[in-house]
Design a protein around this ligand. Structure first.
Ligand SMILES: Nc1nc2c(ncn2[C@@H]2O[C@H](COP(=O)(O)OP(=O)(O)OP(=O)(O)O)[C@@H](O)[C@H]2O)c(=O)[nH]1
Ligand SMILES: [Mg+2]
Length: 524
């Protein structure tokens, strides 16, 4: 192994929340503040933003939502920061959950006016389950919103996670003047700047001068801050890393306020990459030989480069472009000649990557979500669970003359996990069944099949809503049973589909020896 040239500390985190809380806005603001090293797939979101490239991302722009996650790397204060902006919409939650398997911490956004929304709650719980430390950002403080103490109460009651605010707002939501830095007692004043998105609108004022600038709002903030301290709601690094408390910041991503504070907190408090659990119950230490796992596969990001990227998170060792690694699943060697830190338009190649970094492997056709690659001592990381689909359609090529393109496209959608693709001898290859957590996934498939593969598709709704995992014996035993259809995924998983839970229940009761195992639910 050659000696590392860039072993600066890493911070790898995901930005997560209910739709519209401001993840993409915050991501852009963070990148503007820091020095962007590279950008994956361009941060995307609302209309009028920096352009994204490929056609299917039009859907993101037109609707103002993020559909797929985008990775970004930047440098701040001697640290290399790897950030993944995730989609908030529940229909794309599987993408978000895959990302959560690849990060060391999460920044959870809460809309100041809306409080804890359903998807936020779900994500908080996932983080708790997986022991991912969470930094909470109460966003949109420039707009009228809830009382901050009430928000803290909600987090504590609904999630059982103890909020430990690092800053406290001066002035209520919509009339805010800045925040009280609870660790120094200073006022960080919000200074309205004329439009300049790149200028930091923050000014630090010593606590001795704060009363004259902050007035009554400052007095209230001090009072509430003391209340919090008496209640023990002060930051504790141990409980934060253990996932039982969450540091809280108040911000306005749109006005760029609180963004520098967040960067500072990430560098200061968020965890560095640690050892990664392996499939056999061991740990791969960061200093071990190179290893990484694939958490996302994506193509069609750039119309000019028809390629397929596997996003891998480096778990241990040093990745050097051109090194030959082992593919854990097939045992075959895999050359990493084309590795990129930039998955967007710039296409600069990455020469080296360290634990915590995210590498884009180009045209790595053998790699699937959950796969391990390594050098030196063999290792396998646990697979990433796929969710129980709840929506089903059958798909066929609108133009039978385009069947070849249709097949290629469906294969690609399957590999990326845009939807799950199910087949059976009975249905044949002409009309596979597409299974999804949410119906918007079908819209993405339809748009991408047409724009990337020139294969318009026809979808037909299927009256199923429940899937259970079965085995070879189950496939045989359930043949001809009414109200159930058994289909198979390319990875060999057999799924029994039922119209509803009632039917799943009666079939299970009538066939007690047949394996009918529930799949991990998206929790929705
Ligand atoms: N007033 C105000 N508006 C904001 C703020 N942050 C974001 N917004 C607006 O909220 C809307 C949603 O912002 P996004 O950043 O796209 O939200 P998102 O969380 O990425 O949404 P999804 O990716 O669809 O889940 C946009 O219209 C933003 O301009 C803020 O701090 N204040
Ligand atoms: Mg977004």
């Amino acid at each position: 192994m050659t000696s590392p040239t860039d072993a600066r500390p890493r911070r790898t985190f995901a930005v997560i929340s209910h739709p519209d809380a401001g993840k993409s806005t915050l991501t852009e603001a963070l990148a503007l503040h820091a020095r962007t090293i590279s950008e994956a797939g361009a941060v995307h979101g609302k209309a009028g933003r920096r352009g994204t490239v490929s056609d299917w991302m039009e859907m993101e722009r037109a609707r103002g939502i993020s559909i797929t996650s985008a990775a970004l790397q930047f440098e701040y204060d001697g640290h290399v920061v790897n950030l993944v902006d995730t989609p908030g919409h529940a229909d794309f939650s599987e993408d978000t959950y895959r990302v959560l398997s690849a990060v060391d911490s999460a920044v959870m956004l809460v809309d100041a006016a809306k409080g804890l929304e359903p998807q936020t709650l779900k994500l908080f719980r996932v983080c708790a389950q997986r022991g991912i430390p969470v930094i909470t950002v109460i966003n949109k403080w420039d707009r009228p919103g809830l009382d901050p103490l009430q928000l803290m109460d909600e987090i504590q009651k609904e999630i059982g996670l103890r909020p430990t605010p690092l800053t406290w707002p001066v002035g209520s939501a919509g009339e805010f003047r800045g925040v009280l830095d609870r660790r120094t007692g200073d006022l960080i004043q919000y200074t309205r700047t004329a439009g300049g998105a790149t200028r930091a609108p923050e000014q630090r004022v010593a606590s001795s001068r704060a009363p004259e600038l902050g007035g009554e709002a400052w007095a209230t903030a001090v009072e509430e801050h003391e209340l919090l301290s008496m209640d023990g709601a002060d930051h504790d690094q141990g409980t934060f890393l253990a996932g039982s408390t969450t540091p809280v910041l108040f911000a306005s991503a749109l006005l760029n306020f609180g963004v520098a504070q967040l960067l500072h907190v990430l560098v200061e408090l968020a965890p560095s990459p640690g050892p990664t659990p392996t499939v056999d119950g061991g740990l791969r230490a960061v200093a071990d030989d190179f290893s990484a796992f694939v958490f996302k596969v994506q193509s069609g990001m750039d119309a000019a480069h028809r390629d397929r990227l596997a996003y891998a998170r480096v778990c241990s060792g040093v990745f050097e472009r051109g090194m030959v690694v082992q593919h854990g699943e097939t045992g075959k060697p895999f050359a990493t000649k084309y590795a990129q830190a930039v998955f967007g338009r710039d296409r600069s190649s990455v020469e080296q990557a360290f634990p915590g970094d995210i590498v884009g492997l180009v045209n790595a056709n053998a790699l699937r979500v959950g796969d391990t690659i390594y050098a030196g001592a063999a290792v396998r990381f646990p697979p990433i669970a796929s969710f129980a689909p709840e929506h089903f359609v059958s798909a066929r090529a609108a133009d039978t003359g385009r069947y070849k393109q249709f097949r290629r496209g469906i294969e690609q959608m399957d590999q990326e996990g845009v939807v799950q693709v199910l087949r059976s001898d009975l249905r044949g290859d002409q009309s596979p069944v597409l299974a999804a957590v949410g119906p918007m996934q079908f819209e993405v498939v339809t748009a991408r099949m047409e724009s990337e593969f020139g294969a318009a598709i026809r979808l037909e709704h299927l009256d199923y809503s429940v899937a259970r995992r079965t085995d070879e014996a189950g496939v045989e035993a359930l043949k001809g049973v009414r109200g159930v259809e058994v289909l198979s995924r390319a990875d060999g998983t057999h799924l029994a589909l039922f119209p509803d839970t009632w039917r799943a229940h009666t079939v299970t009761r009538d066939h007690p020896t047949v394996l009918l195992e529930p799949l991990p639910a998206s929790g929705g």
